[in-house]
Design a protein around this ligand. Structure first.
Ligand code: FAD
Ligand code: NAG
Ligand code: NAG
Ligand code: NAG
Ligand code: NAG
Length: 495
């Protein structure tokens, strides 16, 4: 039987010696014939509903393809799936929320999906505020339990991504001045490593790996569970939000206003998000969401200059922490979370704000909407998140390289038609806009948050030149054959 093939064989494999790739049916035999520790572990194959359930992704652009999927019910079966895959040299990807969109994922062909979806528990110790979640828990799974226990934590801007997947790259989001990054709340991980062993990873146990997995985590193992320190509720969990629509005549003054928050003017409680939108009735507009994690009078002070521009105000109201992401913008989160669309994304991290750059880029977005009606769901989204709490953590504590970032700029291209129909056009535009934004970002070159990266950036842009020597050395120790290579792969030697 295939399952009896000892894992030892994997250890004997010499890097650089390639066995012929297994056929689709050979791969299926490996997993259908395996003895799992739990009867709840599900193996499925393309064409079945359970396979679709286990593999469908938020973006289908350059998505991985699989011959089989395993949905382990236990940590032991995660380890078993990893060992089976590596010993047969079957390429694999472990998935949590399946919201990753980096195009390097598309380098996985005819492999194994290790769907962690059954590892979905959320446990909170109310007295200490320590939370442990399974490897595939989504943000939507934690809002209520965390709030009801009297706490909050960084959750980013959407309810649907996997919290562990987000954390492994850093974990950024609004009110980061108060909450910081998800990696900074992380206490420990349970990790299945490349050789199939299960280990604890924290400041006290394998601290080098803990350093690497906070920023470059997708390269080092499969996380079966993650433990975080929650923060007590801030402002009783009440967040004030002003939402408005800007017509093109206001863009210039609006961006000049945004620029005034550069320097020391962006307070920890603030967040400013703007996105270009093509509306069938109104045409090209910018939707803006300003929010404040604090009392109403302070929030109104913050909102005043925005309201003085006389935009179309959609509302000013307060939301409770556990509902805010799913309720703001008329509940647009549900729409942003729909699976199965083409999404080709480019990203730029910035320390500085530049009204002139924003104005130019949004004007070009308007022209793009005119030229490509089939791509009017595309957007440029600029998320301005303060960084005081992130900067309070010394840079060398984690592998995450971009703690100085205050603006996350995402160029999101989506279209109807085939994957290929607008790929060339949007690739040229995406790279051009990316260079333009990078030039005024305040970073010397392109800085790209790895979880939002397109996948074509230099290693230095994704991981930071000062982090790469140590990351490469750890990659060599923990994953010498680079089995975790489909998400912006690290080298085992640098430079
Ligand atoms: C709609 C949307 C909103 C987003 N908003 C934010 C945001 O506000 N803040 C932010 O920081 N990012 C945000 N992101 C980006 C997000 O961080 C990445 O897409 C992230 O990789 C998603 O993780 P996932 O588990 O959902 O995806 P998956 O595609 O399942 O995984 C992505 C990568 O992480 C790895 N991975 C996932 N889970 C595990 C695990 N348990 N163990 C080991 N490896 C794992 C996978 O192997 C893969 O390489 C957003 C993305 C989308 C699509
Ligand atoms: C698909 O997933 C849903 C929800 O996760 C579940 O209720 C359903 O039973 C699954 N279907 C199959 C065929 O696995
Ligand atoms: C895009 O390609 C993926 C496979 O790579 C496929 O699953 C998806 O259906 C394609 N989408 C379109 C619209 O062609
Ligand atoms: C970024 O801002 C700093 C401080 O305001 C300034 O000195 C620097 O010139 C700016 N860099 C760019 C590229 O605009
Ligand atoms: C797995 O890899 C780690 C890191 O190289 C090593 O310490 C450990 O001994 C290995 N375990 C086995 C069973 O090979």
């Amino acid at each position: 039987m295939w399952f009896s093939l000892p894992a030892l064989l994997a250890g004997l494999a010499l890097p650089g010696v390639h066995a012929a790739a297994l056929s689709r049916s050979d791969i299926q035999t490996v997993f259908s014939g395996a003895q799992w520790s739990s009867a709840g572990t599900i193996v499925s194959f393309p064409g079945s509903d359970s396979f679709t359930n286990a593999t469908e992704r938020w973006s289908v652009f350059h998505q991985p393809t699989y011959a089989a999927s395993v949905s382990p019910a236990t940590e032991a079966d995660v380890a078993k799936a990893v060992t089976l895959a590596t010993s047969h040299r079957i390429p694999f990807l472990a998935t949590g929320g399946r919201h990753g969109y980096t195009t390097t994922l598309g380098e996985l062909h005819n492999g194994l999906a290790i769907d962690l979806g059954q590892l979905n528990t959320v446990n909170i110790d109310k007295s200490t505020g320590v939370m442990t979640i399974g490897g595939a828990v989504r943000f939507s799974d934690i809002y209520n339990p965390v709030f009801e226990a009297g706490y909050e934590i960084q959750t980013g801007t959407c309810s649907c991504p996997g919290m562990v997947g987000v954390t492994l790259g850093g974990g950024v989001g609004p009110w980061a001045g108060v909450h910081g990054l998800d990696i900074d709340a992380l206490l420990s991980l349970r990790v299945v490593t490349a050789n199939g062993t299960v280990i604890d990873v924290s400041d006290n146990s394998n601290p080098d790996l803990f350093w690497a997995m906070r920023g470059a985590g997708a390269n080092f193992g499969v996380v079966t569970s993650a433990t975080y320190q929650l923060q007590p509720l801030v402002n009783d969990g009440q967040i004030w939000v002003a939402e408005a629509i800007l017509t093109p005549d206001l863009f210039s003054n609006y961006f000049k206003l945004v620029e005034t928050y550069d320097g020391g003017n962006l307070k920890p409680e603030m967040a400013i998000i703007q996105a270009g939108v093509y509306d069938d009735a109104a045409g090209f507009v910018i939707a803006v969401t300003w929010s404040y994690l604090g009392p109403e009078d302070k929030a109104n002070e913050f909102f005043k200059p925005l309201l003085d521009l006389n935009p179309i105000v959609l509302g000013i109201q307060n939301y409770q922490w556990n509902n805010v992401i799913q309720s703001v913008s008329g509940g647009s989160d549900a729409q942003r979370c729909i699976d199965g669309a083409i999404n080709s994304i480019y990203t730029i991290d910035a320390k500085n704000f530049s009204a002139a750059t924003y104005e130019t880029a949004y004007a070009e977005l308007g022209a793009f909407y005119e030229a490509h009606p089939e791509a009017r769901g595309s957007t440029i989204q600029i998320s301005i998140f303060p960084n005081q709490a992130a900067l309070a953590v010394p840079d060398d504590r984690t592998a995450y390289p971009w703690r100085e970032t205050k603006a996350y700029i995402d160029l999101i291209f989506t279209w109807t038609g085939t994957n290929q129909s607008l790929e060339k056009t949007t690739d040229a535009l995406g790279r051009q806009w990316r260079s333009t934004f990078a030039a005024t970002s305040g970073y010397p070159g392109l800085a790209a948050y790895v979880n939002s990266a397109h996948g074509d950036e230099s290693l230095e842009s994704r991981y930071g030149a000062n982090k790469l020597p140590r990351l490469a050395a750890l990659k060599k120790t923990w994953d010498p054959n680079n089995v975790f290579r489909f998400n912006n792969k690290l080298p085992t030697k640098y430079p």
